[in-house]
Design a protein around this ligand. Structure first.
Ligand SMILES: [Zn+2]
Length: 80
């Protein structure tokens, strides 16, 4: 099987942050994993994911909205 970052089907990712996407991929991989070694690694990855420090919040320079950087990038700015 060819490994690629491109053709993995994901749910509607428009409203998801990169972090949520990461969790979705890990959870989906774990659900279909069959080898004990793979499962161990995916469980480790999910545990690590949960231990990540929270993203610092940023403020939109235009409208002042505060949120995760990924959210601010895609928010519907009132000043736009
Ligand atoms: Zn804004």
């Amino acid at each position: 099987m060819r490994e690629t970052d491109e053709s993995i089907p994901t749910p509607n990712t428009d409203g998801l942050t990169n972090r949520e996407r990461l969790r979705w991929h890990l959870t989906s991989a774990l659900a279909s994993a069959e080898s004990a070694g793979t499962i161990t690694h995916l469980r480790g990855a999910l545990a690590t994911y949960r231990n990540l420090p929270p993203s610092p919040l940023v403020e939109c320079p235009l409208c002042g909205k505060v949120g995760l950087p990924e959210r601010i990038q895609i928010h519907e700015c009132r000043q736009a």
